[in-house]
Every structure is written in C-alpha cells, then in structure tokens.
Design a protein around this ligand. Sequence first.
Ligand code: NIG
Ligand code: FE
Length: 412
Amino acid sequence: MDTLISNIKQLVNTREESKLLRGTELSVLPCIENAFVIIEDGTIVEYGVMSSLKHQTSNFKQTIDASGQFIFPCWCDSHTHLVFAASREEEFVDKIKGMSYADIAAKGGGILNSARKLNEMTEDELFNVSWKRLEEVSKLGTGAIEIKSGYGLTVEGELKMLHVIKRLKDRSALSIKSTFLGGHTYPLAYKEDHQGYIDLIINEMLPVIAKEKLADFIDVFCENGFFSPEETETISKAGMRYGLKPKIHANQLNFSGGVETGIKLGAVSVDHLETVNGDIINKLAKSETIGTLLPTAAFFLRMPFQPARQMIDAGCAIALASDYNPGSSPSGNMNLVVAMSCSGMQMLPEEAINAATINGAYAMQLQNEVGSITAGKKANLIFSKPMPSLAYMPYSFGSNLIDKVMINGEIA
Ligand code: NIG
Ligand code: FE
C-alpha cells in the first residue's frame, strides 16, 4: 500500500457519506482522536482510530507520523477571481482616504481598471501570474478552487481568461472549477447600450465557451449600477441552455434582488449577501441554493459582516469562500476566512470548518471528490502544527498553523 498516516492527534471532518449541511447540522463536525489514514493512488481508502489499524507499518511504501497534529480536509474555496492581471493598491489608498467602492467604479477604476490591464497582457503572462497565486493558496491549504472570468469584458479578453483557467486545470493537481462571469460590469463601449453587451455575451461569447467546454458555471454581478435582476436572469438562462449552472453575485452592496433571482433560477449558490433581511434569509433557507459568505470582502470594504448567525439559525446552507480578487479581497487565505467568520460573524469553529470544506465542495459540485475525510475522496489534507485544540485554529488568527499540505496523496 502507498501511505499510512499514523498517530494523528485529531482527524477532522470524517464522514461516511457527503451531505450538504444546513442550519444546526453545520455545528456537527465529526472527528476521530488518535487516528490513522491510509492512502492509495492519491485517494483515501481507510481511516479510523489507531487501535483498529489492522495493517503492519511494513506494508506501506511510506509512513508519516502525525503525532500532536490535527489533519483537516483541504479548504474548498468556491468563489475566487484568482486570474487577474495586476494588484490595485492605489484604490486601497483611495478607499482609506474616504472613497467608496461605488465611487471608485464610477470613475473608471474597479473592475474596468482590471479589465484594461488584463486586455493589455498576453495569455502567457496572465497564466504565469495566476499560477503563482494558485501555488500560494495551495500552500495555505486550499485543495479545490473555483475561478471566474469577468475581467476581460470583450470576446477576446473573456476567452483569454477562460483559456488561462483551463491551463491551470490541466497543469495543477488541485480540483478547479471554471465560471464564466461575462456579466461582471458593462464595459465602457457598452455603457449606454446594455442590450448590445448582453447580445455579445449571448451570441458571441457563450457559443464559443460551450463549444470549447471552457466553463462549468455562469455568474452575473446582480447589483444596482451593474446588472439588474432581469438582465441577470436573461444572461443566466442563456448559459443554462448550454448546461452551465448559475452561481450569482447577490446583495453585496444593495438589496439588489440577486438572492431572489438566484433562488428563482435554481442557482447552485448566491454569493456575498452583505445586504439581506429576515425575509430574504427565510427565502434562502427554504431553497436548495447555498448562501456563500465572503467575510474578507466585507472586511476589506469596511462593510458590516454578513449575518451568518441569523442565516444558520434560520436553516440556511452556508459556505465560506475567499472572493480572492484585486478590488475587494486581495487575499486567498482561507485560514483567515475561517478565523474572521468566527470572530466577526459569530460562527462556531465547527460551523466555519464545515462551511469552508464540505459545503464549499457542494458549492462547486465537487462533493464526491473533496471536502471531507471520506473513503474514495482525494487525499487532500492539511497537517496542522501542534495545537492544543480545534478552536485554537481560528482563535490564533495571525499565526501560520499549517505544517504541510498534501494534494492527491503527495506532499505539495
Ligand atoms: O466579488 N463584486 C463584484 N466582483 C468582485 C470584485 C471585483 C473587483 O473589484 O475587481 C467581488 O467582490
Ligand atoms: Fe466575487
């Protein structure tokens, strides 16, 4: 056999079967103390308490002693814009001086700033900067990730981004899902001709994307000043006709109607949710749609955190993601996302870990592959440094508590 990991202080999120967790289920995090894991061909084949281990250590090509260590399934980051051309720290300084996200967007900054830079870059250059970011987040424990287009906003630019995501998928050992976000903002050329840009998405972008199989999901930024609920629905339905499932940017800055639109479309997830009320939360709780919360975006834009506590108590299925992008969350560090969810959104450590692993896997439709310690799933594992308890991880938010990361059974 390939690998035995022995003497694990605590093996976290062990599940015989996957299940999307909602409401009170999120606080149940099954763990095994003093555990082992056996890996064959990059896959978890067996796990349990050390006392039940039937095999001799000599039967394994490799044995890893994890004394004192916690082992978690790798983070499943279900919402990122990791493919972008350049950072935007000048806007960060503008924000410190008092400008809002909407003010910056209105003067041609924001998404349009990123689009200008991306369209000036070659595909190879874009791949190289994106690859570095992917390597960085995988060292921080991310084992599965969704990446969106949306900084091209031209046929060539959007296809360039999606080709880069495809190359990342082909080269990386991480599980990667691709989302077409042509409806991120209206490019300047179509500022007064919204229908013209929607036609471009539907008639010029989507047929090529479908033919080349460049996307798994379709996303639209449903927000005042960006795409209306009706426009969101039109674009999403066009993508759905090609088999792309919707994941919608909803209710970030305003009561945009995004959550209701996402639910109506049967979206896999509605993401952001800074601006919601009890009525919207109840609608989400009654639906099959996952609410994906992005606390680092709220933090970075100095907005109130998403009401996670209220959403969980209402019975919603919650996932956590980084929103890694140069404008609203220039960090793909899921450890920070988990810590911030506990300290800023009153999520219990167990709830945050479930939301960032198994529910994140569901939000990418990767639940049969990743997100828990389950026989048959990929051996994508985070080995912690010695820690006194599980809660120490989100508590000690500024420390790097990762000793090593394993992807597909190999130490990365
Ligand atoms: O998810 N809200 C829309 N899109 C991104 C930000 C994009 C940007 O500012 O570049 C987000 O926060
Ligand atoms: Fe986003």
